[in-house]
Design a protein around this ligand. Sequence first.
Ligand code: SME
Length: 159
Amino acid sequence: MYDFRIEAAEKAELYRELIGAADALTAGEPDAIANMANVAALLWESLPDLNWAGFYRNVGGELVLGPFQGRPACIRIPFGQGVCGAAAATLEVQRIDDVHAFDGHIPCDAASNSELVVPIVRDGALLAVLDLDSPKTARFTAEDEAGCVKLAEILARAL
Ligand code: SME
């Protein structure tokens, strides 16, 4: 049984614990789907105020839905479309305080108000994006971004 219950009071500590848990969960496991599934579950259980947490994989230059927690979501997203497609096309983090103000945002769940998308890159190539959605406007801070970027670095070795 895995028991990674993370209840840190501060965000910096929360992400230190999350990154340690993600490292432990994926260590020695070569299956990318299994690793994304466990990390999606870990994020969902550990981060407050989320309504979606998961991955889109780069499958031949198109984003395809991967393991996630939350409501069923759109399956395919072309590079350049929506928040996820913008992250995939630019390889840059998209931290969006208000998704309704983002031109081209793809609403998968009407409850979403803010979003953080982090590209997972190895040797300059996009493997997947990590996508977090929240019903709270401006839910994701620079600390969340920095923590998720470190998480993406761990995942780049585990996918
Ligand atoms: N809102 C995303 C689509 C994916 S869902 O949030 C799960 C976007 O605009 O790319």
